[in-house]
Design a binder for this molecule. Structure first.
Ligand code: 4AZ
Length: 252
């Protein structure tokens, strides 16, 4: 090998090493592309014309998202992109008429991190746009669920195309136990956790769906870092919050 060849090889190795280490802090960390037709309830919540959070279609006029995505923000700046493969183009962009964040939402600990919003026009459902049913029972520990979103990828930027990752459910008590880094104060009574090796939700996935057996079981809420094995992703538990969602959807 020439000296030049050696320099190029070392550079390539360094770049590969960089990519491999970046992978550990990853994207809908370690996800795969997801076509919107396979997650037609997924929406992008836009604030000031930028993707802010994920969201989930509940009905032709109501979208569910995380409380921290909307809390304290002006409804006039909000739009929802539905039926789109990409967060920044395609599908239909619909203005928001009103929203409601859970009365017990706690912005310090992100407890009761749930909100509903009402669209200014009714959606037309189709192959890429439809509602999902809310789970009535919390998913059991060890069961599988899928999270989707346009949140940060390995390179720290939003995903261009929708991503998905398959996770295992960790029940609340175990998630709050010494097995992980959070402790009971941080893991709220109305949450459930989910994780797997090398895949996780990340910044920008909040508000989006965690789905099992074609039902909405969780809303992406928060986590310390992304795909850190000591810190599972924390989700609002939809079965626990179901009655609030149904009531709030009727009230706004
Ligand atoms: C966020 O900031 C966020 N690893 C969402 C989920 C996770 C971390 C951060 C879970 O939106």
């Amino acid at each position: 090998m020439t000296a030049y060849g050696l320099v190029v090889s070392v550079l390539v190795l360094l770049l590969l090493g960089e990519a491999a280490s970046a992978d550990a802090s990853g994207r809908i960390v370690g996800g795969d592309d997801q076509v919107i037709r396979n997650a037609p309830w997924q929406v992008s919540i836009q604030i000031s014309a930028r993707h802010e959070c994920g969201g989930v279609i509940y009905s032709k006029e109501i979208v569910i998202t995380a409380g921290h995505c909307l809390h304290g923000k002006s409804v006039t700046l909000m739009k929802v992109r539905v039926g789109a493969q990409n967060h920044n183009y395609g599908g239909t962009l619909v203005p928001v008429a009103a929203y409601k964040v859970h009365e017990q939402f706690d912005s310090t600990f992100l407890h009761f991190d749930i909100a509903v919003l009402r669209l200014s026009t009714l959606l037309t459902f189709g192959l890429s746009t439809r509602a999902i049913n809310l789970a009535r029972v919390s998913p059991s520990a060890g069961s599988t669920a899928t999270v989707t979103g346009w949140g940060n990828t390995d390179n720290g930027a939003l995903a261009e195309t929708l991503q998905k990752a398959q996770l295992q459910i960790i029940d609340r008590a175990e998630c709050a136990s010494l097995k992980y880094g959070y402790g009971a104060d941080f893991v709220g009574e109305e949450t459930i956790c989910a994780a797997t090796t090398d895949a996780d939700a990340c910044t920008g996935d909040s508000g989006g769906p965690l789905v099992a057996n074609s039902q909405l079981v969780g809303i992406v809420s928060w986590g310390y870092e992304c795909a850190n094995e000591n810190y599972p992703g924390v989700y609002a538990d939809v079965a626990i919050l179901r009655s609030w969602i149904v009531k709030a959807a009727n009230a706004i």
